[in-house]
Design a binder for this molecule. Structure first.
Ligand SMILES: [Mn+2]
Length: 276
């Protein structure tokens, strides 16, 4: 299930993530259905795209409750979903739904930002607090991090998270650090990809770009190993902020979304008997 969630309420630097899901869907029409790495057409196993969720009306807290209930319904139907954001504050309710359904869940986050603030601009549900809210529910592993506040760094030793700093991964072969990431996760995983985890040279169209991010093939190496070794129950891809003339960013997100779905349906002994 591809689930467009154009949530945008707390974006801090520049606005436009609400256009992310549609830009990814538009670009997805240009993605080749044959995957040269997997030597198959994963889409033949069936990908359904849900209607875009209405996230423009109502209070943020009510919306987050609706997201959690909608996610729980999809999981109860035995579906794997990939939510397309929208801003990162959509992740905690989706994780909460997954954690209620799958005991022992952990979260793998790819992101430039730790997102571990307890509050930001008066809100505990800001995109800058997304992973702190996730940690209220289950442990996490954070990869590609290179932006963290003093408050977050001070809290870090007390939190149930393991951080793989971008600078500690730079220049090292993925084969060396990917197994360390996997061994820090439990067997059942929710995947959240903030597209700013990748290098802004690849994806300039995001709200808070940070230099020094992950490359394309390192990202794929991590995701492939994840889907080979873990039971990934749901995922999201957030924080694309489409801009005119920067369609490479939209296309990368569409390609990454298809890779996530392709790995999910093609790899691993952990495959659930579910549809996408
Ligand atoms: Mn981020």
């Amino acid at each position: 299930m591809v689930w467009p969630v154009p949530l945008e309420r707390t974006t801090s630097y520049a606005a436009g993530t609400a256009g992310g899901p549609q830009a990814i869907l538009d670009a997805s029409r240009q993605v080749e259905t044959y995957d040269e790495e997997l030597e198959s057409e994963p889409c033949r196993q069936g990908i359904h795209t849900l209607p875009e969720m209405d996230t423009r009306h109502g209070q943020l807290e009510e919306l987050l409750g609706s997201l959690r209930r909608a996610a729980a319904d999809l999981l109860d139907d035995g579906k794997f979903f990939l939510a397309l954001g929208g801003e990162h504050s959509l992740t905690p309710p989706l994780v909460a739904a997954c954690a209620a359904k799958f005991p022992g869940l952990s979260v793998l986050q790819i992101d430039a930002h730790a997102d571990l603030r307890d509050q930001y601009e008066g809100s505990p549900n800001s995109h800058a607090c997304a992973m702190r809210r996730v940690l209220d529910v289950c442990p996490a592993v954070q990869v590609g991090i290179r932006n963290i506040s003093a408050e977050e760094a001070e809290a870090l030793p007390r939190l149930a998270t393991r951080v793989f700093w971008a600078r500690s991964l730079h220049g090292r072969p993925a084969a060396e650090w990917v197994p360390q990431v996997l061994s820090a996760l439990t067997d059942t995983v929710y995947l959240t990809v903030d597209i700013d985890g990748l290098d802004p040279a690849l994806v300039p169209a995001t709200g808070t770009p940070e230099p020094g991010g992950l490359g394309w093939y390192d990202t794929l190496a991590l995701l492939r190993a994840l889907f080979e070794r873990k039971r990934v129950v749901a995922a999201d891809l957030v924080e694309l902020m489409p801009r005119p003339g920067q369609h490479a960013s939209d296309f990368l997100c569409a390609r990454l979304a298809y890779k996530i779905i392709s790995y999910r349906v093609s790899l691993g002994g952990w495959k659930l008997k579910t549809e996408c």
